[in-house]
Design a protein around this ligand. Structure first.
Ligand code: AMP
Length: 192
């Protein structure tokens, strides 16, 4: 069983790659953004969550940690999991590591998909033409990048110190990036 975190800025291709990886390796695809978009459509915190999503701000840790870990707690016992968009803060990362250790499963390896902001913005704007996402527009994209630099990319250091990060260039096309990731996962699985 293998657990992965797909990491990177908005627009790097995390969701697309996570879906392909989950299908190929039979992993549970846990996307915090998808969970929140569903909660924003219905659910007890509908209004509160919608306003965070629409503004590009992170949903508070207490709320998202509980939501994600409730699902991860069940999935980690049965399937390997790929975390997409989660964790995004140090508290989320530390809490998730505690969960891995409680469940006695291997802590996730981090696939860091890197892509520059200009290319990522272009991709999100293209996606925005049909995604229906309220946050796929230029001013919110800028805010999402600001939040990413302020809150999230420092997490890489936390994982690098534990030798858990594999860097992948996210700029080639979907199939090329996917082939590179698959090679890496195959090697990780051979080592197990
Ligand atoms: P994503 O689909 O990963 O681009 O996430 C869309 C939005 O959902 C983000 O801009 C945040 O508002 C919220 N979100 C997703 N994941 C998290 C997380 N791990 N922590 C806090 N907010 C999140």
């Amino acid at each position: 069983m293998i657990n992965l975190i797909i990491f990177g800025p908005p627009g790097a291709g995390k969701g697309t790659q996570a879906k392909l990886i989950a299908e190929k390796y039979q992993l549970y695809h846990l996307s915090s953004g998808e969970i929140l978009r569903q909660e924003a459509a219905s659910g007890p915190y509908q209004e509160k969550i919608s306003s965070y999503l629409a503004s590009g701000q992170l949903v508070p840790d207490d709320l998202i940690i509980e939501m994600v870990e409730k699902i991860a707690d069940i999935q980690l016992s049965t399937l390997g999991t790929i975390f997409d968009g989660y964790p995004r803060t140090l508290d989320q990362a530390k809490s998730l590591d505690r969960l891995f250790s409680q469940k006695e499963v291997s802590p996730a390896t981090v696939i860091n998909l890197f892509l520059n902001e200009a290319e990522a913005t272009e991709r999100i704007l293209l996606r925005g033409q049909h995604s229906g996402r309220t946050d796929d527009n230029l001013s919110i994209i800028k805010e999402r990048f600001r939040v990413y630099h302020q809150e999230t990319d420092s997490l890489l250091k936390y994982y690098q110190e534990q030798n858990r990060v594999i860097d992948i260039d996210g700029s080639p096309d979907i199939i090329t990036v996917n082939a590179t990731i698959n090679e890496i996962i195959d090697k990780l699985l051979e080592r197990k």
